[in-house]
Ligand binder design. Sequence first.
Ligand SMILES: [Zn+2]
Length: 204
Amino acid sequence: MASIITDTQDTERKISEDQLKEAIRTILLYIGEDPSREGLSNTPDRILRMYDEIFRGYDEKRKPRITTFTNSAHSEEMVFDCGDYYSMCEHHMLPFFGQYYLAYIPSAEGRILGISKVSRVVGYCAARLQLQERLCREIVEMLDGALKGTSQGFAIVMRGRHMCKSMRGTRNKGEMSVAYFTGCFKKKAQLRNEFYNFINTSKL
Ligand SMILES: [Zn+2]
């Protein structure tokens, strides 16, 4: 079973499952609950298993394999993908989630991505304690790395709703958008406009 918190070599757990469950019980006591009551007795165990899933992004072994292909058509068209994502904010350990919109332009002699892999990369990078800004960058870096830096540039916009803003403090809607551009998207406003047109016509 994959561990929640591993060192980079993924050799040994720093925190045992029992220690984590004990920590959850401490939180339950702190908020005024009785960890031994029926409805809560398995909660530490459920949270442990949930963390293994929603924080799998710390486990190198669960990193998605990104298929790339030779750009045999020498295409330099913009490739666009979008979908939903779910992550946890690092400030409050509460969810933030929304839509991502990603585009890249391959170079004629470079490689192209199996576009179906983008959502897996988004899911993997989102499965850590995150900031929306860093999440954008990590997704692009991982995809760019898979293409060995051969693309002309990447564009990503992430829209997010932050539960830490909706549930607490000012209780506003907690919505924010972050955009990140590299290469040709950084240089050419016209490409960014095309990308935003894709976003506006996408069904999300
Ligand atoms: Zn937060």
